[in-house]
Design a binder for this molecule. Structure first.
Ligand SMILES: [Zn+2]
Length: 118
């Protein structure tokens, strides 16, 4: 079960990388990013650290770093389709991929294979 900060961690899981680490260092929050990565690996990222990242990046013109403007509604009706999928290895993130096994850009860990009911 992903924590309440899951959707925000998911944004970082998809977008994190060298550019993020480099900017975090430049904006003085490399330590915060390191805490977020460590916390993601343990399965729960505190909102306070994500807020610190967001505000440090916002000061440099990058708004809503960990906020995605998306929402998903569950598909209506019976669910009897099962597909193979890959899930983020951090318990902190709800990201699921169904096309190919990716990796978590935040922690660098490969995704874990699983099955998902659609
Ligand atoms: Zn992830």
């Amino acid at each position: 079960m992903a924590s309440t900060t899951g959707p925000r961690v998911e944004v970082l899981c998809q977008q994190a990388g060298e550019a993020l680490a480099e900017r975090a260092a430049r904006y003085g929050v490399a330590d915060v990013l390191a805490r977020v990565v460590a916390a993601a690996s343990r399965g729960n990222v505190p909102a306070a650290d994500l807020d610190l990242l967001d505000s440090a990046f916002a000061e440099h013109g990058i708004d809503h770093l960990t906020r995605a403007y998306r929402s998903f509604q569950p598909w209506p009706g019976a669910r009897n389709v099962v597909v193979t999928a890959w899930v983020c290895p951090t318990g902190a993130c709800p990201r699921v991929a169904t096309d190919k096994p990716p990796s978590c850009h935040l922690t660098g860990q490969p995704f874990r294979e699983t099955t998902v009911e659609l």
